[in-house]
Design a protein. Sequence first.
Length: 496
Amino acid sequence: MTPEKILADAQRRIDDLAPALYIGGGFVPSTSAETIEVTNPGTGARLGVAANGTAADVDAAVSAARTALPAWARTTPGARAEALFRFADVVDEHAELLAALEALNVGKSYAYATYEIPLISDCFRFMAGAARTAQAPAPGQYVAGQLSYIRREPVGVIGAITPWNFPLLMAAWKIAPALAAGNTMVLKPSVLTPLSTLVLAGLATGVLPDGVLNVVTGAGATVGRAMSHHDGIDMMALTGGVGSGRQVAAGAATTVKRVHLELGGKAPVVVFPDADLDLLVQTLIAVGYGNAGQDCGAATRVICHEDVRDRLLEALTAAARQLRSGNAAAGEEFELGPLISGAHRSRVAAMVDQARQDGARVVLGGEMPAGPGFFYPATILADVAPGTEMAREEVFGPVISVETFAAEAEALSKANDVEYGLAASVWTRDQARALRFTEELAFGSVWVNSHLSFASEMPWNGFGKSGYGRDNSAYALDDYTRTKHVMLPIGTPDGS
Ligand code: NAD
């Protein structure tokens, strides 16, 4: 099928979706008749509607998750793995539909969205396998005559809240480890992008037992808040901004539940004169402007040696000028999609204006285009001063800022001069220098001569204000389990 046909089918699927929640293994109406208008950011036009859920809907979803919990928690890891493998297969079978939904709602090109689906099914497959490999200290007599062993148990009902930039991938990063560990879940997608998550949940019918996965759409301030404060939820997991993280942690504190936070980032890209500039520019184009820069690990804060700055600016500007914008709904091929909303675009534009006032030089872009959709051009800012908003705060847009350094220690101190600690990269052919940076950069993922490459086997997590949860890898599975120490008297053969 052509992308145009796949996208048209996905739009029909959206048109057929009555505003509903996914609770207890099926779609049910919200307790409120209110709906959320969902927009195509490429045109600004209405894409569809979703239910504007309420605290009462959260109660119903928690009740379904609690009912499903004992049986799911008692299944063997092998049986859970089987279900998750089947779910991964179902995701792959519906790859075109899911990619099209993601493209229509986030505004990314269909081609870009298709790369995300295998990452989603791989996440389910990895967690299915990892579920069968729980680790703990060996059982033994750590106190003479007493046998100790560890049980890895699910935490209970997980409340998960996801952002709009990668709605399905971020949902998978929560659902897969939580369910693999034997928990059940209530998930709230972003109010801006609820559609693909609802469709994904619908695909779970008959694959996962009813009530294991529930989805309530609605606003953070109502549904998200009700979840964080809910007595029937044992742990909250959020991917989102720092402000939402604070609110979720504060709500969770009222019932002392566990919290798992994946928050914002401000990834430095440290460039030495011996870096492979062609590869660097390619990478900046792919993961600085990819998804319109709306990526928590986006390579958008270049800190380059003063000897290489002009060459880099020239090559990056030439490459960034080639980026095409387009409307995903029309099946167009493009590299630079729109921002998610008008409000977000205004925020990005205001940050660029502030950078100008703080002395930055606009090398490319920086002007809001006329026309439909929430587009913002590929922008490059040079001479960004340390300590300014542009150097320290997350833009979440297609804006690459460039700072310079003269000495290695200065590069390191500039790179670490942020409150976030999610992702960073260093670009040099000098391996010893690269290793020094991997030790000193205070970020949860550090790449040498690449940026934003993932593996399901490796953790994704932040330091500092980027939060304290681990997605992906066996560490994520650990985060969704609790350890119980069991001790029983077995005596000794001589009766002592
Ligand atoms: P956001 O914080 O606005 O929203 C995230 C989710 O939190 C949404 O579902 C929202 O409805 C909900 N929410 C908002 N207020 C809430 C509250 N008071 N209580 C409970 N839930 C609430 O974030 P966003 O704009 O959707 O996404 C962008 C942010 O997410 C960026 O800061 C980005 O860096 C971050 N992000 C982080 C990662 C990561 O892995 N660390 C990945 C993707 C995005």
